[in-house]
Design a binder for this molecule. Structure first.
Ligand code: APR
Ligand code: PHB
Length: 388
């Protein structure tokens, strides 16, 4: 089998790349290890920068987003006794859109079905061969059968645990990692959001976040020790702890109900350089992970895909300059968004081993932010997304 581009991984990065390439007349195949149902059952974040919304529209998958997405012009930060409304629209002229990543993925699959672009599910033992030659190929097994795809380029969109990054020789790869000493316990519940905007709460008991998917579906998180498991937390214990970490008026208005999903995720910052080796190009979580505090994971995957799709389209027109600059261009934005995610995480979480000095620094930072238009503008500019 031969395709111009072989995309490994059918998460949002791989699917979006495939749609954009097909629209430009480039034939791409997606290899996904799991089933479609499995991929669509994963609960992930849901804050979309304007750049991602525009890219989805450009990919022809903006209709449901434009009907069902909720535009948020700001967010509330409640920390160290301060209540800071960050007015994205007033400070930057931009906003974010609340629309679940699961819905983005669903829309992308529907579009790939419509245009007849191939997605191979249940692709096991994927291996990349000859990425540093002019004739790379990918082998895998499907239903016990060995298969091979010859291609011009390979896009490694297979997430943090995928094979693509590991294919780049260790001597070439430079990895940067910071692991945070806590996790986030998240629940999804069929309850009304506690506030019209997202609430990021920094409390001496730990961080909490009140997010949402729609007016009847809420997503809440608590900072918890890494040793906690979801089954250690009853729904009642979750709601009680969330109430303690919110400002009293919001806690009083919190609607509670049974959780329909509950999970713990560790927090990590990770960047692997370079994002290209020969004809292999990494995009999304395959190359970098951010802690979820700034909601940047999906958005960074989208900017990578934007840079990579336009580079592959230029290549077909005989211009390789964008392929050559892909890694540097993508990484420049990745580092900036990673800095923001790291800084939001530092500002709002309790770091159990760092003592009272850090706590006073955090209080000073939020005190400054509360009174500084410049500080709020900097936060807003990063939250709505730096330019592509
Ligand atoms: N072979 C084939 N597919 C693989 C392999 C493999 N060896 N390893 C992983 N995959 C698949 C996974 O099953 C998953 O569907 O690659 C996909 C990677 O998707 P994501 O982890 O969602 O990563 P990405 O598309 O980069 O999305 C980035 O979305 O999922 C979030 O946390 C993520 O917010 C981040 C953003
Ligand atoms: C979410 O809705 O899941 C969400 C929102 C904002 C974040 C992280 C997660 O910063």
């Amino acid at each position: 089998m031969r395709h111009q581009v072989c995309i490994i991984g059918g998460g949002p990065a791989g699917l979006l790349l495939s749609v954009l390439l097909h629209r430009a007349g480039i034939d791409a195949v997606v290899l996904e290890r799991k089933s479609r149902d499995y991929v669509l059952a994963r609960i992930r974040a849901g804050v979309l920068e304007q750049g991602l919304c525009d890219l989805l529209r450009q990919a022809g998958v903006g209709t449901r987003l434009d009907h069902e997405g909720q535009v948020h012009d700001g967010t509330l930060i409640a920390a160290h006794g301060q209540r800071i409304h960050i007015d994205f629209r007033g400070l930057t002229g931009k906003a974010v859109t609340i629309y679940g990543q699961t819905e983005v993925t669903r829309d992308l699959y529907a579009e790939l079905d419509r245009i007849g672009a191939p997605v191979i599910h249940g692709a096991e033992e994927v291996q990349i061969h000859g990425a540093d030659t002019d004739a790379p190929h990918v082998t895998f097994r499907q239903g016990g059968q060995g298969r091979r795809i010859d291609c011009g380029h390979i896009a490694g969109c297979d997430g943090f645990h995928g094979v693509s990054r590991q294919t780049i020789p260790a001597a070439i790869r430079q990895e940067y990692e910071h692991v945070y000493p806590f996790g986030w316990l998240g629940i999804l519940s069929e309850t009304a959001p506690v506030h019209p905007e997202l609430v990021y709460a920094g409390h001496e008991r730990g961080f909490a976040l009140c997010s949402m998917r729609n007016p009847h579906l809420s997503r809440h998180y608590l900072q918890v020790p890494l040793t906690d498991r979801p089954e250690d937390w009853t729904d009642d214990a979750f709601w009680d702890e969330l109430r303690r970490r919110l400002p009293p008026d919001l806690a009083d208005g919190l609607e509670t109900g049974p959780s329909i999903e509950k999970s713990v995720a560790p927090l990590r910052s990770f960047i692997s350089e370079p994002m290209r080796w020969g004809r292999l190009f990494l995009a999304g979580d395959a190359a970098h992970i951010v802690p979820p505090t700034g909601a940047k994971g999906l958005n960074l995957a989208a900017s990578d895909v934007h840079y990579l799709s336009r580079a592959l389209i230029a290549h077909r027109q005989g211009d390789d300059s964008l392929l050559d600059s892909y890694s540097a261009t993508a990484l420049a934005r990745v580092w900036k968004a990673s800095r923001f995610s790291w800084q939001m995480t530092r500002m709002l979480h309790r770091f159990p081993d760092e003592g009272p000095f850090l706590a006073r620094m955090q209080a000073a930072e939020t005190g400054w932010l509360a009174g500084s238009r410049a500080g709020q503008t900097a936060l807003a500019e990063n939250y709505v997304g730096l330019p592509w």
